[in-house]
Write a protein that binds this ligand. Structure first.
Ligand code: SF4
Length: 314
């Protein structure tokens, strides 16, 4: 199946998924947390999968079946592997633009140093680049790259692309307990991500069974620490922990407000108190959310922060 959805996405609204990689899963990485499955073909060589005209036709047929309410905000390449391995990606993106919908691509960024990938990606409207590791050692641990790839070359490729890309850019960092969830990595990543200058740097945890059974998501305390380190560097960071909190402002519904805000980023105690005051609500609301295990307290630099709790569907 080439198209699926639309699926709701906090990053993209309603997103019509496009899988441009034919089975079996083909990727330049074999990330320990991959939720697509084991990498069956690991390669760095681009090749043709589906013809762009076929992708265009399938997307057109899918769009025709959708009513106005379900019409997508984005057409998103999210593949059975790495979408940039498709040598026709640029041509497909250009064809899809005829639908007058922005095109998003979620990439592992390992091939951006390649001129043809670089040029293809320039035609996208929204790109998410993977940034899990701030050093080569961790990159090998987490992303288990093809031996043909070179860490420095990849970082330079990402920096070169992101300094020229005119569309909307995000980064995504998956945090795995005991592997890349240490402050040293957060600091190096924050330095790199600062240079990339994304509109949002997403901090994610695996929310579906990962490819390696030993993989555990980073804890809430760790997510809080990572967010604080990014925030200190003036990077706009948000969580992707499985909750699609949409509104981050004051809606008048105190329960919804707290859950939506804490799903996206930690909330400092004084901010929370301010919100309670605006809503004429008592602190018991917070206690009740904690009792229901919907939010949790995490302390950072002596200050209390509240975060949305998560339960994994493992
Ligand atoms: S880059 Fe994406 S598809 Fe490839 S192994 Fe990593 S998580 Fe899976």
């Amino acid at each position: 199946m080439i198209t699926f959805g639309p699926v709701p996405s906090r990053r993209l609204g309603k997103s019509l998924g496009i899988n441009n990689i034919v089975s079996p899963k083909t990727c330049s990485y074999a990330c320990i947390y991959c939720q697509v499955g084991e990498t069956l073909i690991q390669t760095t060589g681009r090749k043709s999968f589906y013809e762009p005209e076929l992708i265009y036709k399938k997307v057109g047929q899918h769009l025709e079946k959708l009513n106005a309410e379900n019409f997508p905000d984005y057409l998103t390449f999210v593949s059975n592997g790495e979408p940039t391995l498709d040598i026709n990606l640029g041509k497909s993106i250009k064809l899809l633009k005829k639908f007058d919908l922005p095109v998003a691509v979620i990439i592992n960024s390992s091939l951006l140093w390649d001129d043809s990938v670089y040029n293809d990606m320039l035609s996208a409207d929204w790109v998410s680049v993977k940034m899990d590791a701030g050093n080569e050692y961790l990159w090998k641990e987490v992303n288990r790259p093809s031996p043909l790839l070179d860490y420095e070359k990849i970082i330079n490729g990402i920096l070169y692309f992101t300094s020229r890309f005119q569309g909307k850019l995000c980064t995504e960092t998956m945090l795995i307990e005991g592997v890349n969830d240490n402050d040293e990595n957060f600091i190096s990543l924050a330095e790199l991500i600062k240079e990339i200058n994304p509109s949002t740097a997403y901090l994610a945890i695996p929310i579906r069974p990962p490819s390696s059974k030993e993989v555990k998501p980073a804890s809430l305390d760790t997510l809080n620490r990572a967010w604080q380190i990014f925030n200190d560097k003036k990077i706009k960071a948000e969580f992707l922990t499985g909750f699609e909190g949409t509104r981050t402002g004051y809606t008048g519904n105190i329960y919804e407000d707290i859950l939506n805000i804490t799903a996206v980023h930690p909330m400092r105690e004084d901010m929370l108190n301010e919100l309670l005051e605006k809503d004429n609500a008592a602190y018991e609301v917070v206690e009740s959310l904690i009792r229901q295990k919907l939010i949790r307290v995490s302390v950072y630099n002596g200050k209390k922060f509240f975060l949305r709790n998560y339960h994994l569907k493992m």
